[in-house]
Design a protein around this ligand. Sequence first.
Ligand code: ARG
Length: 588
Amino acid sequence: MKKFLEMLTEEMQQAFTAAGYDGSLGKVMLSNRPDLCEYQCNGAMAGAKLYKKAPIMIANDVAEQLKDSKVFSEVVAVAPGFLNLKVSEAFLLTYLQGMEANEKFGLEKPEHPKKIIIDYGGPNVAKPLHVGHLRSAVIGESVKRISRYVGHEVIGDVHLGDWGLQMGLVITGLQERQPELVYFDENYAGEYPEEAPFTISELEEIYPAASAKSKEDPEYKAKAMEATFKLQSGVRGYRALWKHIINVSVNDLKKNYSKLNVEFDLWKGESDVHDIIPEMVAYMKDNGYAHLSEGALVVDVKEDTDTKEIPPCMILKSDGASLYNTTDLATIMERMKLYHPDELIYVVDKRQELYFEQVFRCARKTKLVEPETELKFLGFGTMNGKDGKPFKTRQGGVMRLENLIKDTQDEMYKKIKEGRDMEDAEAKKVADVVAISALKYGDLSNQASKDYVFDIDRFTSFEGDTGPYILYTIVRIKSILNKYKEQGGDLTAVKLQQPGNASEKELAMELAQFNTMIATAGEELAPHKVCAYIYDLANAFNHFYHETKILGEENEERKQGLVALLVLTRDILETCIDMLGFEAPEKM
Ligand code: ARG
């Protein structure tokens, strides 16, 4: 199906042409004076110069052509030359019927569906998830779902940080606590125990302690570096221990991500490309892309048009060790080989932007990717506290993601108990679901690149631009629909009708915008556009709800039309929240 606004524009373009003007002037947009009209066209203003004519004359000519339009019920030329437009109710009805009848509400498949890999989450094994990882997970998951909905093939990869110094630190910390473990005996030739010699809580203690110690004690740091080196060069006991660390940690990560409805298709990590690094390095050297600079192997990536200094991309350190860059480049090489994606999207803290610029340039220059492969960096800003500084616990430490979720659930529970009469157990269940919407919507409703303030009180409010408000609206619709069914109504038999009042028409026009909105959100990787849309849609619905008798409507045909409009509103809202990665409870 064509997009609603496109159809309005086509009608207007034909009128411009018929009146003897250039059709491309007939662009229709949403009105910025909703008190005067629903849509507007400013083409006559642009045409004035071209035709050396007063804009109002052009506008009048065009309006004349649209006298009998089936698309516009009202076309008014106003000084100095605007065209104020209202959409015909019959046309609107036909459009909504088309949305109802078509898959995905008539959203057309992309002309060139792409295969996309989204690199998001990016947790580091053995380190607890903290709020910094929240944004990557929440935004990445939504971008993945939107891109899939739009019609692309999308693979989500968590890209674990599982190969760096933190692994050596954990191994060193563990050795200090349990030096008797067989893993540390380099002459040991038997099997290693299947059971991990630590729990997740121990693991979470070990890393911070070892990390702190390594900062004060250079000898300890050297030991951790040596352990990292031994692990990477394949010492059996270290590898066996590392596998345990990964397993215990990944199990815990999966638990946390599933609380957030975040699911990855691939659980790969930096370690997965370890074995192909030598091959990549040889390739870069042999083809003359990489050269030695002060002992390190680098690829120059600066370009003549640069306005700021872009340092060379370092592939190997002077001691031959690989770096963050090295694993990222090798991962690109592997992804191209295994999946042939058309596009790679990285959802990472925007402070890594320059880093990714280097990596992307290097991947292009060394032809790890095809010239047409798109490499996109979706950088996100910081989640701040009310003081405007990066969000911290009350004690001033880094907030663990688990605790942030828990705090939000507790606050939601309090609000639900305050406002309504609900059993504790049910209130708890509902609160857990609604809290996820509070957290995710609070994040996603901001443009990703912007910083935002985590305001638990606002995020969990049932009023305003919040997740709970959206869910509340959905639950309200569901409860009306349930009542309709209880009264013997059949939801599958109801048919849309022409809108009967202004608020109903507004709601219908909002629904008609779905296609345009979702296509844009997909192209721009912009979940905040989905949020803005459902906020407008929920407002339009609630306004309509207060103005309109629904189940009390006496005319049966009209009542069914209203119910059908409710069904469509519910379906679109639910489709949208699914793309944002949260869901609505049955009651709240
Ligand atoms: N583990 C990294 C961090 O915590 C993020 C990984 C982002 N993805 C990537 N391909 N580099 O900063």
